[in-house]
Design a protein. Structure first.
Length: 70
């Protein structure tokens, strides 16, 4: 089932909404990543940007949009 997340744009959009909503309410990056792990997702930092992936199989869901945090 994890493989289908990568191919369904509707599911990908829902996951990205969840990730961005959790980032907005988290007080730190550490808390944000901990909250996402509770949902079964992780953030991987790469040279190309941050990638959302599933846990525990590390299937890529998509790239996070670049957003500056103040």
């Amino acid at each position: 089932m994890s493989v289908m997340i990568n191919k369904d744009p509707f599911i990908t959009a829902q996951v990205m909404d969840l990730v961005l909503r959790e980032r907005a309410v988290a007080l730190s990056n550490r808390e944000w990543k901990h909250r996402l792990a509770g949902y079964g997702y992780a953030i991987r930092d790469t040279d190309r940007g941050q990638i959302v992936e599933t846990l525990p199989h590390h299937v890529e869901v998509g790239f996070l949009p670049v957003e500056s945090r103040a």
